[in-house]
Each structure stands twice: as C-alpha cells, then as structure tokens.
Design a protein. Sequence first.
Length: 193
Amino acid sequence: MATTLHDSTAHSRSEYPQRGVLGSVSSPGCSPHLCSSTNPSRQECGPLTPAIRALLASRVLDVVEIALESHSRTQGATVSLAEGNLAGRKRYAVAIYPQRTIELKNPPTWQQLFVFVIANLDLLSKRGHALGTWFNERKGVHTIDVVVCPSDRDTAIRLALRSQQWAIFDLAAGRDVFVDPSRLNSDREGARV
C-alpha cells in the first residue's frame, strides 16, 4: 500500500507508461496545497493544463513515430521534440549523456522508443536536444540515446571530446565525422576531421 502521494502515483520502471501518465506532472516548485483551480491567483503554478498535456503527448508520439520510421529505413534517426526530424539540417549530433544510452540487439520497437522518450523528457525538452538512434556496426547493436545538435562543427567536436566520443554525426551530409583533436578548427570538410 502506498504511504505517500508519490508512492501511489509512481510507475514501476518495468511497466510501460499508460495513457494519462503525463497528467500527473505539475509545475516545478509547486505543491497541491498551494495551487488549485479555485484559487485564480495561483493558476500559473498548478498542474499542466489539459491543452499543454495534449500538446506534449502529441509531440512525444510524433517523435516516436518519426524515429521508428527513420530508423527502420536508414538505421538511424535524430528527432527533436521542438523541431521534429533533424535529418538533412546543418547540425551535428553528439551523444553527451552516456548514462542515458541504451543498446539493443534488435532494432528498437515503438514501445522501447516511447518508454525511452518518457524516461528522458527532462533532457529531450531542452533546447538543442534530440532523440538519437543509430546502428553501431562495430558492436552489432542498435543504440538509443539523447543527443545535442549544435550547428557549429567545432562546438560539436569539443562536446564529443569532452564526452569521450569517437565521432559526431553530420546531419546535413548524413555521415559520421570522426573526432581528431589535432584537427579542431580545421576548415577542411570530409568524413574524417
């Protein structure tokens, strides 16, 4: 039996989130005792409105659908909650959150992508962040991670070096750019930096 409000509404990590999970999210710094629909002066502090919850749920579903389709077609995807599919844009995807990375023997399913997005909403809702999927040929695994997508190549390389990544992904060219610290600030473009 639940002993606190948190215990009674918490979902087990082994369970898939069900419809309505997003409905329990409230604004930061607020408590149910301070905010209510009967206190108009505190409306801005209450739970997410139904319209915002519906919009967020719609964006999450869009990200999952786009990532699933793209990964199935090209064995990779980079999809932002705010901007949608980033493929073809002048951006560089860099995985800087190794603790959030998941590796799978088989291509990700809709359910796996959905659970990953919900579990990582704290990062995926930040500016410049996106859901990244790719097939790692060296290891023979499909990877799901949270990536940052700067438009500046040198910034992406610096982030990769700091995160001990061996490559960034050039979304405009659709290819890996292997990180070589000695070539930072090089004007030369190519598969190897």
